[in-house]
Design a protein around this ligand. Structure first.
Ligand code: GRF
Length: 207
């Protein structure tokens, strides 16, 4: 561990607004950490541009070449871990990462992989969680939604929860207005989740 200057590796797949929240918090001292690598499985992820602008190393690591060689996700996950290990991460943050990581990856970083998910614990695991919550609200099945940061286990979006926050939905909301409110909450919850994970790791190191 690097007390006070923890090393984060962030995995993204898209726009990277949560990555940006992390970069900003590291830059202005709200997070005692620095991002040492940003990984994307998609070449067009704008989050890679954000990392490059911040002078942070990036790694584009697509699954396609593995599939073309008839290799399975375990080979991809194992090699991805091998590429990340040299950066000596204290914590790996999945921020909009759209690939389910198997134990071939997770076992290399036990208890050190966390994920941001735009739904409350036990609600709407998997893809399109924001849209599915909005549709459930419209059907009168839920009164609100939320987002959480949890420790990643091989079960999708189900690991121990580090922090969560309720995000209200209003009758006048459109999917767009609800989604904007969700992302605004995520940009704070991702930081709370990282802080909680680092505190947990720090305590376990001292134990
Ligand atoms: C976020 O809603 C995240 O929870 C979900 O995908 C979105 C990523 O947003 N997995 P960004 O790429 O961080 O802007």
């Amino acid at each position: 561990m690097n007390p006070g200057n923890y090393r984060l590796v962030v995995l993204i797949s898209g726009f990277g607004s949560n990555l940006q929240a992390i970069l900003d918090a590291c830059a202005d001292g709200r997070l005692p950490a620095k991002v040492v690598l940003v990984v994307s499985n998609r070449k067009d992820a704008f989050g890679l541009v954000r990392a490059q602008r911040a002078g942070i190393p990036t790694l584009y690591f697509p699954l396609k070449p593995y599939r073309e060689r008839g290799l399975d996700r375990t080979a991809y996950d194992r090699d991805l871990a091998e590429r990340i290990l040299p950066y000596r991460p204290d914590l790996i943050v999945l921020a909009g990462w759209m690939h389910i990581l198997s134990s071939a990856f997770l076992e290399r970083f036990p208890g050190r992989v966390i994920n941001l998910h735009p739904a409350l614990p036990g609600m709407f695991p998997g893809m399109r969680a924001i849209q599915r919550a909005f549709e459930a609200y419209r059907r009168g099945e839920i009164a609100y939604s939320g987002c959480m940061v949890h420790i990643v286990t091989p079960a999708v979006d189900e690991g121990p929860v580090l922090t969560h926050r309720v995000v209200p939905i209003y009758p006048e909301d459109t999917l767009e207005t609800f989604e904007a409110r969700m992302h605004e909450a995520e940009h704070q919850v991702i930081l709370e989740g990282i802080r909680a994970a680092l505190q947990m790791l720090s305590r376990s190191e001292q134990a």
